[in-house]
Design a protein around this ligand. Structure first.
Ligand code: NAP
Ligand code: GDD
Length: 323
């Protein structure tokens, strides 16, 4: 019998890559889909899996819709990827972020508990919870200090996951994932803004690219590698928490250099720092230590930042060229 999985946030970057991974493994995949007036299925279409995912209407703020999705999918594994995931927006919409990114995760946990389905649960936790970092390299025992309403909401979801594991013996795992990117990344995130900007400037459609704090450092990996870790966590006998990262950190500035050099341009001639994109409280640097994931899951990243940025710029050159 094929295993069955339910993915919340199936229309997002990670949802699409995870759906493809699970379909390739022979799973029946259902996705909770919040109704929007615009097309949110472009990623599933781009990966060629739209027809293979059973989309179920629902919203993370509506526990009855989550319960219906659990029943309809018969899910043995539930991956909670849905969130208001853009950090900058979380200062504009802190309450919505708390409701969806924080309480939404608790709604999924509670729905699984109430339906008594025994489904395994994955929570999309984040390095943003480390925020004002307390250790040079962050691992599973590094204390948290979130710096945004998004980070605070994710911390609530993270501890709710730990709590349901400890209170009810639920197979609930939390993946503390560092930044991961891809050609399917939302345009508002900095790597995609840069790959799209470099492509547009190269093709003469744009002259400059306005960014915020280009001295911030991130531990960037490839989303396609990271969804494999999510699946591995739910295949373990015991639930646990894992840091998923590359173990190297790079400034936004150097990431720009890689992207622009790929199309034969100098980022210094096109990138303009605009304080409009500064954040009320910044996470200056993130650097993960994925040793536990390597030792226990046998997981390690396969794609470096140079390859990742080249892949993203090439995809945007094709997209912009088609416009
Ligand atoms: P994403 O592209 O922004 O996808 C978020 C998904 O959540 C979208 O499918 C979105 O649907 C859905 N969603 C938003 N509000 C919802 C609601 N009220 N009910 C149901 N669905 C809702 O994010 P991602 O990059 O794939 O990340 C996946 C998860 O991992 C997120 O929880 C994110 O916070 C977390 N995370 C990401 C990273 C990273 O670097 N990518 C790192 C650590 C953790 P619409 O498209 O219809 O809005
Ligand atoms: N988005 C954006 N736009 N970020 C910029 C810009 C800009 O124009 N200029 C500089 N940055 C800096 C941000 O200030 C931040 O320090 C860094 O680039 C990365 O920003 P994002 O790409 O927006 O990602 P993030 O680190 O805030 O959040 C992402 O990673 C988290 C994991 O650490 C998101 O995917 C979160 O959902 C995820 O949890």
């Amino acid at each position: 019998m094929a295993k069955s999985a339910l993915i919340t946030g199936v229309s997002g970057q990670d949802g699409a890559y995870l759906a493809r991974l699970l379909i390739d493994k022979g799973y029946r995949v259902s996705g909770l889909l919040a109704r929007r007036s615009s097309d949110t299925l472009w990623r599933l279409r781009e990966l060629g899996i739209l027809d293979a995912v059973a989309c179920i209407d629902g919203d993370l703020s509506d526990i009855s819709s989550i319960r219906r999705a659990l029943d309809a999918s018969g899910a043995e594994e539930v991956y909670n990827l849905a969130a208001q995931s853009f950090v900058a927006t979380s200062w504009q919409q802190p309450l919505l972020t708390a409701q969806i990114t924080g309480v939404g995760a608790l709604n999924v946990l509670e729905a699984i508990r109430l339906t008594d389905s025994g489904a395994r649960f994955y929570q999309a936790s984040t390095s943003e919870m480390f925020g004002l970092i307390q250790r040079e390299r962050q691992d599973e025992v590094t204390p948290f200090h979130p710096r945004s309403p998004y980070g605070v909401a994710k911390l609530f979801a993270h501890w709710s996951t730990v709590n349901y594991r400890e209170s009810f013996g639920m197979h609930a795992s939390s993946g503390i994932l560092f930044n991961h990117e891809s050609p399917l990344r939302g345009i508002e995130f900095v790597t995609r803004k840069v790959s799209d900007g470099a492509a547009r400037i190269k093709l003469g459609k744009q002259k400059e690219l306005r960014l915020g704090n280009i001295d911030a450092k991130r531990d960037w990996g490839f989303a396609g590698d990271y969804v494999e870790a999510m699946w591995l966590m739910l295949q373990q006998d015991k639930p646990d928490d894992y840091v998923i990262a590359t173990g190297t950190t790079t400034t936004v500035r150097d990431m720009c250099r890689i992207a622009f050099e790929h199309v034969g341009l100098r980022y210094e001639e096109h990138v303009v720092v605009d304080p409009k994109f500064f954040r009320p409280a910044e996470v200056e640097v993130l650097l993960g230590n994925p040793s536990k994931a390597k030792a226990k899951l046998g997981w390690q990243p396969k794609t470096g930042l140079n390859e990742l940025m080249r892949m993203m710029v090439d995809a945007d050159l094709r997209r912009v060229g088609r416009e």
